[in-house]
Structures are given as C-alpha cells and as structure tokens.
Design a binder for this molecule. Sequence first.
Ligand code: HEC
Length: 228
Amino acid sequence: MSSLPDRIARTILIAGGALLLAGAGAATEKMPPAGHYGYGRIPTAAEIAGWAIAARPDGQGLPPGKGSVDDGANVYAEQCAACHGTFGEGEGRFPKLAGGGNLTGDRPEPTVGTYWPYATTLFDYINRAMPFPTPHTLTPDQVYAMTAYVLNVNDIVPNDFIADAQSLPKVTMPNVNGFTWTDPRPDTADKECMAQCRDPASVKISSTAEGKGLTPREDGPLDEMEPK
Ligand code: HEC
C-alpha cells in the first residue's frame, strides 16, 4: 500500500495533467469576438425568433394558422389525454384543464376555465411547454386546435369555434377581471416628479406606515384592507 503523502502527490500530478489538457483544448478554440464583457456574440435573427414566441392578450405574437375544436380533440386524445384526461378532468395528480368550480370556496381549484385570464395565454403555454415530455414539437395549427378544444371542454367557446390569431384575443375568459387589484396602502401623499423636484434636504417625514395596521400585517388578508 502506498503511503498517504505518496497518494497525495500522485493525485496532484493527475489533477495537474488534467488541467494541462483542458488548457491545451481551450487554447486551440477560436476566441470569441470581444464584446462588452469580452465574451458571447450577437444572436442571429433565427435564434431570436426561436425564443421570441410570446403570445400576448391582444394577439401580438400569435403565428399564422388555425385549428378547430374537432381537430383539437383528435390531437389532444393522442398527445395530452394520458395526463390531463380525455375531457380535461386530469389523470392521477396531473393538472385538470377543465372544471374546478369557483375560486371562492374553501378549496378553490384554479384551472384554465376558472382561473386563466386570457385565451392567448393558453395558446402560449401549450406552444411553449406541452406536451410535457416533448415541448416545441407541435405545429401552430395543432396548438390552435388544442387551444380551441381546451376552451370548448371548459364551455367557453362553442363546438364550431375556430381558433386563430383573430379569434383568440376576442374570447372573454371567466376570470378576466380576477387579476385587478388596487393596492390600498398609501404610498406617499406627495406627487411624483421627474423635473424641478424639491430639494431632498427640505423633505421632512411627517408620517409612516407604522401604526396604520399595514406593516406588518396585523389581521386579515391584504386584499381586504381598506385605505386608512
Ligand atoms: C406526461 C404528462 C403530460 C402530457 C402528455 C401533457 N401534459 Fe400538460 N401538463 C403536465 C404537467 C405535469 C403540467 C404542470 C406543469 C407545471 O406546472 O410546471 C401540465 C400543465 C399543462 C397546462 C397548464 C395547466 C394549469 O392550469 O396550470 C396546460 C394548459 C396543459 N398542460 C396542456 C397540455 C396539452 C394541450 C397537452 C397535449 C399537447 C399536454 N398538456 C400534454 C403534464 C402533461
């Protein structure tokens, strides 16, 4: 058996050899053009297009194409039903895509139907992330069709609905107004200013949030608080 110092010396030699090899490899690689941080390069238009896939509520970013509820039902049965159930009821612990009752009960169940504010977001999500094991494998027509199908099993669109870049932004989702909330807390009584602002030295703090029951929260959820 070799002694401990022997083994340490050998380990250092091996590690040193590996470093040398790694160093040699790096030296033969082409140096990237120097940028702000001295590395990286400007992405190509095709690379940017691959990432810039966001579909917005007003329809911006939705690609050309279209799909019907019936077409969606077929693709959905093949690619989605194993996890999400044939009618969106969810298999096992995979998420439900339909139903869910209302959001005000003791156990609210957020689904596409009860919770999602925009139909375009459904397109975006499927396009971006589903099917779970193989995202980015669906054509725009397939994604439109499955968006139509999932909206249909939620009773949001009729059986003859065709999803496309024009129709999806017009769909009114049940919870579209569920995301608006005005923070009741007084921020400052002063007016914002960008020019000719007051001299900071002249500003006196005359009140704070302390004692107003706002910070820290004393009782009740934040959204039940009234302005004081
Ligand atoms: C292998 C199982 C699996 C398959 C197949 C699958 N999904 Fe999913 N899906 C999931 C999981 C898991 C999540 C939750 C992912 C997360 O929250 O990060 C999800 C989330 C979703 C959601 C969001 C649900 C919500 O309310 O948050 C939608 C919409 C959806 N999937 C649609 C589809 C569609 C359409 C297909 C078919 C193209 C599909 N999924 C195929 C497993 C799957």
